[in-house]
Design a protein around this ligand. Structure first.
Ligand code: SAM
Length: 441
């Protein structure tokens, strides 16, 4: 993906009936074009819903499905377009073709409707100049589908739907299971819930889910895995704070932290506060929660308010000790550091295409600074849990091996009998890395 200047505001409503497929295709194309220009899907969606607040839920759902699906499959559509076009078309037409190809791939039963609706959408932008090209490209894609798919399957980026540098990295670092890691990155994410033991027992929760006819299973760490994702409004006990939505992999943080009542705990990179809340639900501790981003720090407070939990929430860069630390060391520190998010890419498929290979070293450098700063505020005998939602070794085991080598007072404690613990993305949870470090007295 090449970063190009944005060619359109991305939120102007197309002149098409809101309930038409053409409208959904074109609106999604504008979102995808924003990502191609270097923006995130989350930001573009937020702007879209502000600009078009009355979008009916069904239309929203169709746009979300198309946007997430197109960005999951992005590498494949560009491979096919490269074969069918001499040069890329102007946005948003190029992205309209990407979205249409994604729909042709996933809904072959409605191929002709997709082509007709994509052509109608093309007629409403750029003076309709690309209507004929759009029609020709999509009809050629249908006619040549067998050959195009064969060629696409033989191309690494198109087959695995990740950038080439990413595939090479995963293949080198995970020679035995690189295929399943990449495949997991292209799936629909599971939906898991965390039970709040301060408000409901597991039995009560399971009973309310059975009554609501929502099948769930209990994972080994106590997380509830829903058979199928559902809107939060349908989740029994959500409004009352009995359960929260949190990936099962993220629910290991509070478990691995080895918490006990009365401890002084620091959650150094806390927003939006899922793990903060889990810590407070698990033990009666004095918790300081930091986040460098003021808007995100506010979300920590909102999340804690919903659950009736209390913490000292501050907006601060955790590396800037002079700004936020009062000199009293912490017994436990959660360092859930900013990272490439390569373990949660199925939730944010735009990330695959927005990241660059050299971003990983940049994240690793930032994580190293955070670790160095936080080690100073950990009490002797205290423990720090380092967490990423990455699968890249530079941010994980290499980071921790380097830290331990630089700090003779750092003892690596085992998690599940391992010096550190890499959970790979799978049907039950996202990809997370955990390492528990003790400061020897
Ligand atoms: C992986 S997210 C944390 C997720 C959170 N622990 C949870 O479970 O909901 C990383 C967070 O670190 C914050 N952050 C990044 N750099 C930081 C820094 N230097 N100090 C404090 N927070 C930072 C980001 O704003 C982001 O909210």
């Amino acid at each position: 993906m090449h970063t190009r200047p944005r060619s359109h505001p991305g939120t102007a409503a197309p002149v098409l009936p809101e309930d038409s497929l053409a409208y959904a295709l074109l609106t999604t194309a504008q979102l995808v074009a924003d990502v191609v220009a270097g923006g995130t899907l989350t930001e573009s969606l937020a702007k879209l819903w502000i600009a078009r607040p009355a979008t009916p839920p069904g239309v929203r759902g169709a746009i979300l499905d198309l946007a997430y699906g197109t960005l999951r499959d992005f590498g494949r559509q560009d491979f096919i377009l490269d074969k069918l076009l001499q040069k890329p078309l102007q946005e948003p037409v190029q992205s309209l073709l990407r979205v249409a190809l994604h729909r042709l791939d996933t809904r072959p039963d409605t191929a002709h409707t997709t082509v007709d609706q994509a052509v109608s959408a093309a007629a409403t932008v750029l003076g309709g100049n690309f209507k004929g090209v759009a029609n020709g490209v999509l009809r050629n894609a249908l006619r040549q589908a067998v050959d195009l798919n064969k060629a696409a399957d033989a191309d690494m980026v198109s087959e695995f739907r990740h950038p080439a540098w990413w595939i090479r990295r995963i293949r080198t670092q995970y020679p035995d299971n690189w295929r399943s890691i990449l495949a997991a990155g292209n799936t629909h994410p599971p939906m898991a819930l965390r039970i709040n033991p301060l408000r409901a027992t597991r039995d009560e929760t399971l009973e309310s889910f059975a009554e609501a006819e929502l099948p769930v299973c209990v994972l080994p760490n106590g997380a509830l895995l829903l058979e199928r994702p559902v809107p939060v409004a349908r989740i029994p006990g959500f409004v009352e704070g009995c359960v929260s939505v949190q990936d099962a992999g993220a629910q290991y943080a509070a478990l691995h932290l080895d918490l006990a009542d009365g401890q002084r705990v620091l959650d150094a990179c806390a927003a939006p506060g899922g793990k903060t809340a889990h810590i407070l639900e698990s033990a009666d501790v004095m918790l300081t929660a930091l986040d460098t981003d003021p808007a995100r720090a506010r979300r920590v407070s909102e999340n804690l308010d919903r659950l009736g939990l209390k913490a000292n929430v501050k907006t601060a860069d955790c590396r800037d000790l002079n700004r936020w630390w009062n000199g009293r060391p912490f017994d436990r520190i959660l360092a859930d550091v900013p990272c490439s998010a390569s373990g949660v890419v199925r939730r944010n498929p735009d990330i695959k295409w927005l990241r660059r290979s050299d971003d990983i070293a940049r994240f690793a450098a930032q994580q190293k600074e955070i670790l160095e700063a936080l080690w100073q505020v950990l009490a002797p005998g205290g423990k720090m849990l380092y967490v990423t939602c990455s699968v890249f070794a530079e941010e994980n085991r290499e980071q921790i091996a380097g830290f331990a080598a630089r700090h003779p007072d750092c003892r690596r404690l085992s998690i599940a009998d391992q010096p550190d613990c890499q959970y790979l993305p799978c049907a039950e949870h996202d990809g997370f890395f955990y390492s528990l470090l003790e400061k020897t007295p």
